[in-house]
Design a protein around this ligand. Sequence first.
Ligand SMILES: [Zn+2]
Ligand SMILES: [Zn+2]
Length: 277
Amino acid sequence: MRFKWDGHTHTNFCRHGSDAPMDLYLDQAIRLGFHRYSITEHPPLPEAYVDDPRLMKELAMKDVELPLYFEEAKRTKERYEGRIEVAVGLELDYLPEDPDFALRLVDKYGEKLEDVVFSVHYLPGIGGNQCVDYTPETFSEKLIKHYGSMDKVAEEYYNHIEAAIEWAAGLPCRKRIGHINLIEKFRLTLPELDESLVRRRLSGILPKLEAAGAGVDVNTAGFRKPTCGKAYVPEWFMAECVRRGIPLVFGSDSHKPEEVGSGWDWFEAALSEAERA
Ligand SMILES: [Zn+2]
Ligand SMILES: [Zn+2]
């Protein structure tokens, strides 16, 4: 039987998720037979990181909440000992201006991270940093208009992914790149992305992942988005990762308890297929 691990999950400390307590997520993971569960909340962002103050409030917890998050996650880990292995981590954003911003906060509280999902959610655009995953409208108005085309946004996105991987090589814990093709979140409503561009860029990223000792978050949240309808990691890329020994870790990216483990059956089948390829 496969080792069942949900490596990307959120909590009540997420300002765009559910306020359900961590226990409800863990209970769901146990019900579904998971062996390991990584709690990977978004840490605080620098002040006014994006220009929209309302959106800013939804993106991440406040600085003062970070120690409370670690306390609650550690208490939960202890409470569930013997029933499921819990890893306490974060979903760190790659912020090119100051990549160590969140790590300094973590250090301040003397915490040790067990697991890091590192992600690219922001790109410079019109009016400052913009989310690549907020709405199709903001993607169009603030990013495509800024760069000139969908393909040019994607090139810049993959540049950031590459820089993120190089940066993450120095992290002294388990690490994997979050939802590597998040850029496809609105693919069914935005101009089509050139498939050969995606292949070329993702192929170029493989040796960088190997060199950094980083894995891949096989993120299934895209299945739950009507504008996407697929995982944020292509199957051919999974096969290449298997060939090169790059760890593939399932990630539901659950923002509510009932989303824990969602997409596991697809992941298990896709992984078996990748191993046969
Ligand atoms: Zn994310
Ligand atoms: Zn996430």
